[in-house]
Design a protein around this ligand. Structure first.
Ligand SMILES: [Zn+2]
Length: 379
């Protein structure tokens, strides 16, 4: 009865073992070596309470963190050929894939979901580093392309959250083809006038950093994330020089202009909500007059925004301070608040508001021109 001892009994044992107490109740922080209780770590979104080290998290957890109230709808990704090159190193690629699928419960290293962030529609494509190092093969490329298409279909912002070692070696050149594919996918979103935000997490390296991950309209990163193309050791060996401390870390990249923001994990949802609101619902430069081309959101924002310039006009007009008004005018570049102030007085403000309203096609530009004119006038 070999099959009982060899097959049935281990199967039963493995079923029983699953209900046991998990072995790793405590986890060691890789940065400060502090032992952290797993519940505490869970409550803190896998961030060390002692040193603030951001540990890697899976794709599902990431999506829960980013979307409003952790609610989202997963997108079904297209099927892909499992092992196009019949690749085999120490073991078969198909075996590796099977193992990764069994342990992660996902089909590949990416999950795409749609939902709202701060009330704004968004499509998020999150990588799972646990799945073969988050490497980008055909399936991941397909996932990103599908996510971009979905963003365009839904008129939503596209947020990519890479956590990847780069291209998937087992898919060879097919994996390298995903670099231009993902770049084109991102361009599709941008062509549709929708924002693309890259939220880089530890690690964003290799082919991923060499493609879509560096093309965000806004580049955000988590603290301490490793971001780069080649590894620091490889670079050191090649150029035979010691690299500066903190090289390829998020903070270093921020300092050197490669990132716009480094945001702690607990603040990500709030930050993304704010950024998306700024990008999707920009404040009008002045009163908005109804034009056939005027979009719905701008019209909605009209009643509250219309008050602001007139109040400001009164304030600075009362003071009669030309210098002050000038500086306000220059600052007004983007939101265009208080354009009319330089001319002082409430009536001037009123006229100018009407003027800006006449060119709503590019209110930011109009405000900038006005500011320019005022500067020259001030001289
Ligand atoms: Zn720590």
């Amino acid at each position: 009865m070999n099959w009982i001892t060899n097959y049935v009994r281990p199967k039963i044992r493995s079923l029983m073992a699953k209900q046991d107490v998990p072995e790793n109740l405590w986890e060691k922080c890789p940065s400060c070596s502090q032992m952290i209780f797993h519940r505490e770590l869970e409550a803190n979104h896998q961030v060390c309470a002692n040193c603030g080290h951001h540990m890697r998290i899976g794709a599902k957890k990431r999506l829960e963190l980013l979307f409003d109230e952790g609610r989202f709808k997963l997108e079904k990704l297209p099927d892909t050929p499992a092992d196009p090159l019949k690749f085999r190193d120490r073991e078969r690629y198909t075996d590796r894939l099977k193992r990764a699928r069994a342990s992660s419960g996902a089909q590949d290293a990416i999950q795409v979901a749609e939902g709202t962030i701060g009330g704004q529609m968004a499509v998020v494509a999150a990588f799972d580093f646990g799945f073969m190092g988050g490497s980008m093969g055909i399936a991941v490329g397909n996932g990103l392309v599908r996510a971009a298409e979905l963003a365009v279909e839904r008129d939503a912002a596209f947020i990519a959250v890479p956590s990847s070692g780069g291209a998937r070696m087992q898919e060879g050149v097919l994996s390298l083809m995903q670099l231009p594919r993902t770049v084109i996918a991102v361009q599709m979103v941008k062509d549709a006038g929708l924002p693309f935000i890259a939220l880089l997490t530890d690690p964003t390296t290799g082919g991923v950093s060499a493609s879509f991950a560096m093309l965000g309209d806004i580049q955000i990163s988590e603290p301490g994330a490793v971001i780069g193309f080649a590894g620091a050791r490889v670079i050191e060996e090649t150029i035979r020089e010691t690299l500066p401390s903190g090289f390829q870390r998020a903070e270093y990249l921020l300092e050197h202009g490669m990132l716009d923001m480094v945001v702690a994990r607990k603040d990500l949802h709030e930050t993304l909500s704010r950024v998306l609101k700024l990008l999707r619902e920009p404040a009008p430069a002045g009163d908005v007059v109804n034009l056939p081309s005027a979009k719905a959101p701008a019209a909605k924002a009209e009643p509250e925004k219309a008050k602001a310039p007139s109040e400001k006009g009164k304030a600075s007009g009362g003071a009669g301070n030309g210098g002050n008004a000038k500086s306000q005018g220059t600052r007004a570049g983007a939101p265009g608040a208080g354009n009319g102030d330089a001319h002082g007085g409430a009536s001037g403000a009123g006229n100018d508001k009407a003027e800006t309203a006449g060119v709503p096609a590019n209110p930011g530009k109009a405000a900038a021109q006005k500011a320019q004119a005022e500067r020259e006038h001030g001289k």
